[in-house]
Design a protein around this ligand. Structure first.
Ligand code: SF4
Ligand code: SF4
Length: 393
């Protein structure tokens, strides 16, 4: 295992971190449903122990993962000498708090679930423009300072899903931050915090943990033919490590940046753990050659060329008088077409509120009149609704 630096802390994290958000699940019960809280604990524990035995020293969970079951599993899985070999990270669901006392209660529950006296790395979970101002105004930073000083948490960080400007604002809001966690992969260079965020946080002395290096698994699926042809051409030209897979390409791209402290992978099978450990062993910062970076750039462009709707998520078309979440619908549709996962997209579309889906469009035309990309919004919404085929319309 390779070890890296962690901001200004005297800690050398393994290049690969174990993410406990997509653990293997038990088969469907009598009702035919697979339930996220029913973790296959024996298998998940074997996977974790394999990772630790092969040098992984950072494990990441959260209050809400697996509907609350992940932390309890981790507490049990770390018994028998494994706790001492890793740093444990978990996250505060600050959106569940309405008073400062709730922060204490939530952290107390987490310590109990994990069966630990303190948490090494504690994150405010998934900060964005909605939940950051609420948590900040409720006094989460003052509360965290107390939890740091009484030892219930070792270091404070945050995970993030929003635009760079907010990322900058959050970092500037406190000198308590030791680290942050961002979504970053070769398709998201300019999305959310992006490469700018990675560089900015590192300059400020924060460790940067990368999540979603495979874009929620999208870059691990069988790629569309056009993308596969580019990977095959690279192999035929002898570019890249011998036998490198699309997953390894994606991970190597992340590890190539020295600002990355570690990369989290939410692994669901033992095979994935074994593969990722192997990949981590032969990756490193600054190891990709220009020819390899060029291959990834070509793949990125090819993926972008597959995007059917040229929506830039500028939000000029909002609010729709009927509540249709136009950019969100287009983002889900685009991702489904580009990465070939209609099944996942149908689930994401189902998560929209009933009044936000495409079937609420009355074809008034207000959005098309203001769209700078001149997108035929009404027509695409009809196609999206038919494609997802869910909702109440
Ligand atoms: S055309 Fe449809 S989506 Fe566009 S503003 Fe009107 S109701 Fe909303
Ligand atoms: S105005 Fe056009 S480009 Fe902007 S979010 Fe709406 S549909 Fe997308």
């Amino acid at each position: 295992m390779k070890y890296r630096t962690f901001g200004s802390l005297d800690y050398r994290p393994s290049a690969l971190g174990f993410g406990a958000m997509r653990l293997p699940l038990l088969p469907a019960g009598a009702d035919g449903k697979v339930v996220a809280s029913r973790i296959d604990e024996p298998l998940a524990t074997r996977m974790l122990h394999y990772a630790i035995d092969h040098g992984v020293n950072y494990v990441d969970t959260a209050y809400v993962y697996h509907e609350g079951a992940s932390e309890g599993w981790l507490g049990r899985a770390l018994k028998g000498g494994y706790r001492e070999k890793v740093k444990v990270a978990t996250k505060l669901p600050q959106w569940k708090a309405t008073t400062v006392a709730d922060f204490d209660r939530l952290l107390g529950e987490q310590l109990e679930r994990l069966d630990l006296p303190s948490i090494d790395f504690y994150l405010l979970h998934s900060l964005d423009s909605g939940n950051w101002p609420k948590a900040r105004d409720l006094g989460v930073l003052r509360w965290a300072e107390t939890a740091l000083s009484d030892g219930r948490i070792g270091h404070l960080g945050f995970s993030f899903h929003d635009e760079f400007a907010l990322f900058e604002e959050i970092i500037a809001a406190s000198d308590l931050w030791s680290f942050c966690q961002i979504q970053w992969n070769y398709m998201d260079e300019e999305n959310q915090a992006g490469t700018r965020g990675l560089e900015f946080a590192a300059e400020k002395g924060l460790a940067v943990i990368v999540m979603e290096p495979l874009r929620g698994g999208q870059l691990a699926r069988t790629p569309p033919a056009k993308i596969e042809a580019l990977w095959d051409a690279a192999a035929a030209d002898g570019v890249g490590a011998p036998g490198v897979t699309p997953v390894e390409w994606a991970l190597r791209w992340v590890w190539n940046r020295p600002e990355v402290s570690l990369l989290l992978s939410g692994m669901s099978t033992m095979e994935q753990v074994e593969q990722n450990v192997r990949y981590a062993d032969r990756a490193g910062a600054g190891v990709l050659g220009e020819d390899e970076i060029a291959v990834i750039a070509r793949v990125r462009e090819a993926y972008r060329g597959l995007v059917p709707i040229a929506c830039t998520s500028c939000n000029y078309c909002l609010p729709c008088p009927n509540g249709v979440k136009i950019p969100d619908i287009f983002a889900i549709y685009n991702d489904a077409e580009v990465y070939g996962h209609r099944d996942l997209a149908q689930m994401y579309y189902g998560w929209l509120e009933d009044g936000e889906r495409a079937d609420q469009c009355t074809q008034c035309g207000e959005c098309e009149a203001v769209c700078p990309q001149k997108i035929a919004v009404i027509e695409w919404l009809e196609r999206a609704q038919a494609y997802f085929c869910v909702g109440d319309g």
